[in-house]
Write a new protein. Structure first.
Length: 284
């Protein structure tokens, strides 16, 4: 999918700030995520580019898939899905808060800033999990800016953001790697992008993106080949039809080269002006 795996440059959230100032309660939906607010504070973010809390908890073995489905069904009109996970003993309150905040920050990183022309607010809409630990709009934007600054330091290796991750073989033992980076290298198969690897491993999409750039900088991940520029047509040159075997009485297609002074420019607009000038001079 065409998602902004390399996020846009820092910009004011705008609509999120306005909702915070107005102490709004409801859902703020943008192209890449939905922000749930209570009295202006953000308590849940669901994004399209980052693994959700369900993927993280199931991948970590903390909650079985059927347990998550039970939580959705048992949430009820008071949105107590998160507390159901705790009451069933799958998570402690502290584990819930830490995991929930990590998923919220990850989703917000790829969903901000919110473009006004494609963002809508629905008052009163709540998330089934309920409020776990809300975060202010200002603190959320500051955390996003800090993460973006970390990623920007590795901008020369941004080409790996949306390409399949291809590890360099054989791996050099001298290059230092973290446990998370080693798991990424072990799972990378040349078919999955950083975003897809994050979902497969049930981990932060931002952290995965950062690690892949670091691995590329260390020479442990291949950079994708630079796109090849299309050949530029010589101004004024043309071909009289497609190439085909010459028929009897039919001339073979040939390239026609324009007047010599047209060959001195690589700009087709200037070439057109020269042709117009020549035509005018011939009619004077």
């Amino acid at each position: 999918m065409g998602l902004p795996i390399s996020p846009p440059p820092p910009a004011p959230a705008g609509l999120l700030d306005r909702c915070a100032a107005e102490r709004a309660t409801g859902a703020l939906r943008g192209p890449h995520g939905c922000f749930y607010l209570l009295d202006g504070a953000v308590y849940c973010v669901e994004g399209t580019a980052a693994p959700g809390l369900d993927i993280r908890l199931i991948a970590a073995g903390k909650v079985p898939p059927q347990g998550w489905q039970y939580a959705v069904e048992q949430a009820g009109p008071h949105q107590r899905g998160a507390q159901y996970l705790v009451s069933e003993g799958w998570l402690t309150q502290s584990e819930l808060e830490i995991c929930h905040l990590a998923a919220l920050l990850d989703a917000a990183f790829f969903a901000l800033p919110l473009p006004p022309e494609s963002t809508s607010f629905t008052p009163g809409t709540a998330h089934w999990m309920g409020v776990v630990r809300p975060i202010s709009a200002g603190a959320l934007q500051q955390a996003t800016a800090r993460r973006r600054a970390l990623l920007d330091r590795l901008h020369p290796w941004a080409a790996v953001d949306s390409s399949p991750v291809i590890p360099v073989r054989p791996r050099t033992s001298a290059a230092p790697t973290t446990g998370r980076q080693r798991r990424l290298l072990d799972r990378a198969d040349g078919r999955h992008t950083p975003q897809e690897l994050a979902r497969l491993l049930g981990q932060s999409a931002f952290a995965t993106l950062l690690d892949i750039r670091r691995l590329a900088a260390a020479g442990l991940v291949q950079l994708p080949p630079a796109p090849t520029a299309l050949p530029r047509r010589r101004p004024g040159a043309c071909l009289d039809g497609p190439a085909a075997p010459a028929a009897e009485g039919r001339p073979t297609p040939t390239w026609h080269i324009p007047v010599p002074d047209l060959l001195d420019t690589g700009d087709p607009d200037i070439a057109l002006l020269v042709r117009l000038r020549t035509a005018l001079e011939e009619n004077l």
